[in-house]
Design a protein around this ligand. Structure first.
Ligand SMILES: Nc1ncnc2c1ncn2[C@@H]1O[C@H](COP(=O)(O)OP(=O)(O)OP(=O)(O)O)[C@@H](O)[C@H]1O
Length: 494
């Protein structure tokens, strides 16, 4: 470790984001490579190696780490083995092993080398990767088949050189249109800049808490204005935090930064830092973060990937490699917590919206996270569904000790459970603390005043007429008690 940075405010992060986009782009490129391989005619016995050209393009575009480069190239090799007419197709596995590292080297360590706006890197990467991969392939073929040296030297090696030149020409023709296409789809990073590497610095959490957001200013890729501006906030174990604010205030962005999706998935630029479990979010892997912080998105149906409740519960747990009895135990416990016990065989399509949402919560709970993050969970629920939802989340918080963070516009049902209420506007936290204090601020400053629940608004209006109340009207019981108390002599000026 080189340097000590204990002032989070100074930490700058640039991330390309899209941790999984490499998979999408590579799959598409390899599919294109396979099609071209099958249909391209050979000219005088010569065809370019489309598979190498397309995996080089995929690796240059997405710059995955070397392990992922190897993964991409092994898939390419498998496709080559299935379609190869060579006498020893398995040599492709060895040749593409070397190809992976050469292409990875060009992506990570070779600068773009520009002539005007045009980068020479794709042509060079296509040429050199094909030479290395081809050389390994023909050498193995010669050895395995016992071919004469003269065939190797005067036939195969010149052919490798020729295919290398061919690939040096076709690779840019694939690279630049693909770059343009994926950029218009916002699949690409804004620029060639590498992700910030914080591996050599010690980042120290300043405030204690399971999550600590410290002076965070964050700008999405392709965006000029920051979505969060110098936001600081601490989440303590067992907290129930409700975040509100007008549309575009930055609620989802704040939640995504606490869950680590920012910057790991979204990319963008960040000043300041978010810490979970005492560790900077940029120094966690996304897998670590996903198992300690469970996220239920506003579009929760997009998180369902299987057909039945039981399958959905098992899906992530199987991916974690848990044995069947552990999967059964965790599934049953998590379904019980969201009141869906016994529905394992039900088709997901037959569940109500509220049940689907609880299923997603159960699947997340089965991973036994410490923190649950809900982004606008009640936007598609009716009033009864909203009430039931908060009863369930309230139980998870109070009985199971889970820390809960919710972005919410429907405050009436959420606030009775809140230990802390946060008001955001234009990317900033403008008030936070107990719900009563923040709602008074909303009323006084006219920021998102319309979201104040009717019951509490009535209390504030009555207070403006000189009444005082024992308890804030955060739920019917508290309001009833306060009104009775007031009639029994709590009125100030009347
Ligand atoms: N993926 C994105 N790329 C670029 N800008 C984004 C992206 N997502 C959100 N923004 C912008 O960031 C700002 C904050 O958005 P965010 O979704 O966090 O607000 P919000 O308070 O959750 O709003 P809502 O209540 O409408 O969901 C907005 O200006 C929004 O346009």
């Amino acid at each position: 470790m080189e340097a000590m940075k204990d002032v989070s405010k100074l930490v700058f992060t640039k991330a390309r984001g899209g941790r999984f986009r490499w998979l999408t782009i590579s799959t598409l490129m390899l599919a294109i490579g396979m099609l071209l391989h099958l249909v391209s005619p050979s000219v005088a016995g010569f065809t370019p190696n489309w598979m190498i050209a397309t995996y080089v393009v995929a690796i240059l575009l997405t710059k995955p780490d070397y392990k992922k480069c190897l993964g991409i190239c092994m898939v390419a090799a498998l496709m080559e083995v299935f379609t190869s007419k060579s006498a020893f197709p398995y040599g492709d596995f060895a040749s593409e092993f070397f190809g992976a590292y050469v292409a990875g080297f060009f992506a990570h360590s070779v600068p773009p080398i520009r002539i005007g706006k045009f980068s020479l890197r794709p042509a060079l990467a296509g040429f050199v990767t094909t030479l290395v991969s081809g050389f390994v392939f023909v050498s193995i073929l010669t050895l395995v088949m016992g071919l004469p040296m003269s065939v190797y030297v005067y036939g195969m090696l010149p052919m490798v050189l020729l295919v290398g030149v061919g690939n040096g020409i076709i690779t840019p023709f694939l690279y630049f249109p693909a770059l343009r296409l994926f950029k218009t789809m916002h699949y690409m990073a804004e620029s060639d800049v590498e992700d910030s590497d914080h591996s050599k610095i010690i980042l120290k959490q300043e405030n204690e808490g399971v999550i600590s957001v410290e002076h965070l200013t964050y700008t999405y890729p392709f965006s000029k204005e920051p979505a969060l501006k110098d936001v600081s906030m601490t989440v303590q174990k067992g907290d129930f935090i409700v975040v509100t604010g007008p549309n575009g205030a930055g609620k989802t962005t704040l939640l995504m930064s606490m869950a680590g999706a920012i910057p790991h998935y979204y990319g963008g630029t960040m000043q300041g830092m978010v810490y979970t479990d005492g560790k900077a979010v940029t120094q966690h892997t996304i897998a670590d973060l996903a198992s300690s912080i469970g996220v239920i998105l506003a579009d929760y149906k997009a998180q369902i990937v299987t057909l039945t409740v039981g399958e959905e519960m098992a899906f992530t747990l199987e991916n974690h490699g848990f044995p069947p009895e552990e999967i059964r135990r965790r599934s049953e416990e998590a379904l019980a917590k969201v009141h869906l016990t016994g529905l394992e065989d039900r088709k997901v399509a037959t569940l109500s919206g509220g049940q689907c949402q609880r299923l997603v919560a159960a699947a997340v709970l089965a991973e036994e996270p410490q923190v649950l993050v809900f982004d606008e969970p009640t936007s598609a629920l009716d009033p009864e569904g909203i009430r039931e939802f908060y009863e369930m989340v309230g139980e998870l918080n109070q009985k199971e000790g889970l820390t809960v963070i919710v972005a919410e516009h429907h405050l009436e049902a959420a606030l009775p459970y809140a230990t802390e209420f946060v008001l955001m506007d234009q990317g900033e936290i403008i008030s936070s603390g107990d719900p009563e204090k923040v709602m008074r601020f909303m009323r006084k400053s006219h920021v998102y005043e319309e979201a104040i629940p009717d019951m509490y608004r009535a209390q504030l209006e009555l207070e403006e007429h000189g009444f005082t109340f024992k308890n804030p009207f955060l739920n019917v019981e508290a309001a009833k008690e306060s009104i009775i108390h007031s009639f029994e002599g709590g009125r100030d000026n009347a």
